[in-house]
Ligand binder design. Structure first.
Ligand code: AMP
Ligand code: ZN
Length: 663
């Protein structure tokens, strides 16, 4: 098989495995085997850039950066849906459309209404060309690079597809993925995302597609638009989309009449809680495309479709008190403490109140009976006052930090209040140390968040540099601390001195400097002093560092306490310099590709390859027009020799090579 065929068959194979795993939910190989195949393809593509394909499965990992998303007009408008809330509403709708169609027999396709971000994806000749958000229905943002990272969306279609069409769907974040993402945020002291829907739509607008690739997004498809489509009904359309490789939920059902529609609704009103993602209703579509055509559209929505909204589960209960939590970054979150009540299978005691505006808007007062609702959120939310309490008075939002009494601030355009006492406010201090020790930061084994709080309460640590002064006899008296665990703790702290600079930088907890930004800064500046001395302009010029991040970095290093802390960390031996793991000696081979063949005297083949790379060259695996030199040892294969001669590629000996690198 020639290289091109090998590459193509690997691509096909990997696409099929992606489909089995992400669409059919029936993987046939292990993750390990998958990774091996992917690696193989990556290597081949690297050696043969001439066979690059933007729709190769290797491109799923993303990596492209979009600073500004282009606005693109939809070829076919993306309409809204009319809503209905009762059987009567649906009956009325049927009467309305029957009037237009002239009392025909009507079948309906019933689908679940997936709660995410709508997307329109265009395919040309079976290849994913363009993905655009709904926007205002007439035009949206082009988010193709981000959408391509979603594994369940085919990049290359199968079967008999028309040369050009668009498919509409909903990009969602299943509960499991949402919870996993939040778990990670909570671990580093960040505010968790509030619900899967907003997180899904927010993900589509991330600038770095590699970040999107890490998010467990999914895409459920529901509608094909185009000319000369090979089906006559919505239901066939769904089945066809499935055949081309799209993920179309199998819950979709063909209803012979309105009675069956109602049965579908009744069933899913209860069973939707068993689904792995959020749904907020059912969408009912007239099945025949010809009927759809006759019915057409109103100014806002198709006449042939109707959304039926489920009532979200709600209960009312008494608001006993409001408490205010202070996060690691100083953000204040108001939390409602409720009279415990049963809701959607769990007992609810607390609910989110979001921020001051929300409390004011709903005029929520202590002692009120309030409606509590549970959607995709991790904690339920209060949606309205059900009944005013007897002796209630309007809620006055706190003006000072509940933990350190500092006057709160609220920045222009921000919803939350902040406690600005970054260096003196206990939850912020503890939160920062807790962040410092997490897995992705300094990964201090033997030390957990609770112990940090305990150390702080006992006056043993006030910032993360204090950790390195801890003595075993100081921590032994602490609650639940035994000799062994105390030793582990000290060892864990000691070991953190080996953590590489980019993670140290992240661990410092500079606002807006997450893992990725820390890596970028570390790579660009190489050491902490260079970052500390960089000007605002300087920082902004670094790829992907915006004003907000740059400003925050400047503020961090302007602070004298931070500077002292860093000096102390330096003194104990924390890594503040990038260790680059390349041994580059020169770039004299830059842009040159070598192929190594045969056996050598002075070098092992691996050492020879390393010597090429150390001098900036590339090592190719087979001879092609891209090859500049063939380093030939004993027993070079005759086929290779012939190929090299044919392509007039310089064949050099081991001695020649040694001469080239100056030995
Ligand atoms: P709304 O935003 O309430 O007007 O509802 C319309 C939106 O519902 C569409 O833009 C789609 O994004 C979304 N939707 C979710 N599931 C479906 C479905 N099965 N069929 C059609 N639209 C759907
Ligand atoms: Zn405070």
């Amino acid at each position: 098989m020639d290289i091109q065929t090998t590459i193509q068959s690997l691509r096909d194979e990997l696409s099929q495995h992606n489909h089995n795993y992400y669409v059919l939910d029936k993987p046939t190989i292990s993750d390990f085997e998958f990774d091996q195949l992917l690696k193989k393809l990556q290597d081949l593509e690297m050696q043969h850039p001439e066979f690059f394909d933007e729709n190769s499965p290797t491109q799923r990992v993303g990596g492209s950066i979009t600073k500004n998303f282009t606005t693109v007009a939809h070829e076919h408008r993306m309409y809204s849906l009319d809503n209905s809330y009762s059987t009567e509403d649906l009956m009325d709708w049927e009467v309305r459309i029957q009037k237009i169609l002239g009392n025909v027999d009507l079948e309906y396709t019933c689908e679940l209404k997936y709660d995410g971000a709508s997307i329109s994806i265009t395919y040309e000749n079976g290849k994913l060309k363009k993905a655009v958000t709904r926007g205002d229905g007439f035009q949206g943002d082009e988010v193709t690079n981000n959408v391509k990272t979603i594994r369940s969306i085919p990049l290359q279609l199968k079967g008999n597809y028309p040369p050009k069409f668009a498919i509409r769907g909903e990009i969602i974040l299943p509960f499991s993925g949402f919870e996993k993402m939040n778990q990670e945020l909570i671990e580093i002291g960040e505010t968790p995302y509030s619900n899967p829907r907003n997180t899904a739509s927010g993900s589509l607008k991330l600038q770095d597609s590699a970040e999107v690739a890490k998010r467990p997004l999914d895409c459920l498809l529901y509608f094909i638009v185009g000319n000369n489509l090979p089906f006559k009904t919505q239901f066939e359309g769904l089945e066809t989309a499935r055949k081309w490789g799209f993920k179309v939920p199998t819950q979709a059902k063909l209803a012979k009449n309105m009675q069956e529609v109602l049965e579908f609704i009744t069933y899913w009103d209860v069973h939707r809680h068993d689904l792995p993602y959020e749904t907020d209703g059912v969408v009912i579509k007239v099945n025949s495309l010809q009927h759809q055509d006759e019915l057409g559209y109103t100014a806002k929505s198709p006449r042939w479709a109707m959304a039926y909204k489920f009532k979200s589960e709600q209960v009312s209960t008494r608001l006993n008190s409001i408490s205010y939590q202070v996060g690691r970054t100083g953000a204040i979150t108001p939390v409602a403490n409720l009279e415990p009540v049963q809701l959607a299978g769990t007992i609810v005691k607390r609910a989110s109140l979001h921020n001051a505006d929300q409390i004011q808007k709903l005029d929520i007062r202590i002692g009120d009976k309030v409606f509590v609702e549970k959607g995709g959120e991790i904690i339920p939310k209060i949606i309205a006052v059900a009944e005013r309490g007897n002796e209630s008075f309007p809620t006055v939002y706190i003006t000072n930090c509940p933990e350190c009494q500092t006057a709160l601030e609220r920045k222009e355009g921000e919803a939350n209040h902040y406690c600005p006492n970054f260096y003196g406010c206990p939850p912020q201090i503890v939160g920062r140390i807790q962040h410092y020790i997490t897995r992705k930061a300094m990964d201090i084994e033997g030390l957990g968040g609770e112990t940090v709080a305990l150390l702080y309460q006992n006056g043993l640590v006030k910032n993360y540099a204090d950790l390195y002064d801890l003595k075993i006899e100081q921590i032994l008296p602490l609650e639940r601390m035994a000799q062994k665990s105390a030793e582990n703790l000290i060892n864990g702290i000691e070991k953190s001195k080996e953590v590489p600079f980019e993670r140290v930088l992240y661990a410092l907890g500079i606002r807006y400097v997450g893992e990725t930004v820390a890596k970028k800064l570390a790579k660009h500046y190489k050491n902490i002093d260079a970052i500390a001395n960089a000007s605002l302009m300087d920082l902004i010029l670094v790829d992907e560092i915006g004003d907000k991040i740059a400003q925050s970095v400047i503020e961090f290093f302007e602070n004298i306490e931070n500077r002292i802390t860093i000096e102390r960390l330096k003194a104990v031996g924390i890594q503040f310099e990038l260790v680059e793991n390349n041994t580059q000696v020169s770039d004299k081979f830059a842009g040159k590709t070598f192929v190594v063949s045969g056996v050598f005297e002075k070098f092992s083949r691996d050492d020879l390859k390393k010597a090429i790379e150390d001098n900036g060259g590339k090592v190719g695996s087979s001879i092609s027009t891209k090859t500049d030199y063939v380093v030939a040892g004993e027993n070079m294969g005759p086929a290779k020799l012939e190929k090299a001669n044919q392509l007039k590629i310089a064949i050099i000996s081991e001695e020649d090579f040694l001469g080239m690198i100056g030995n």
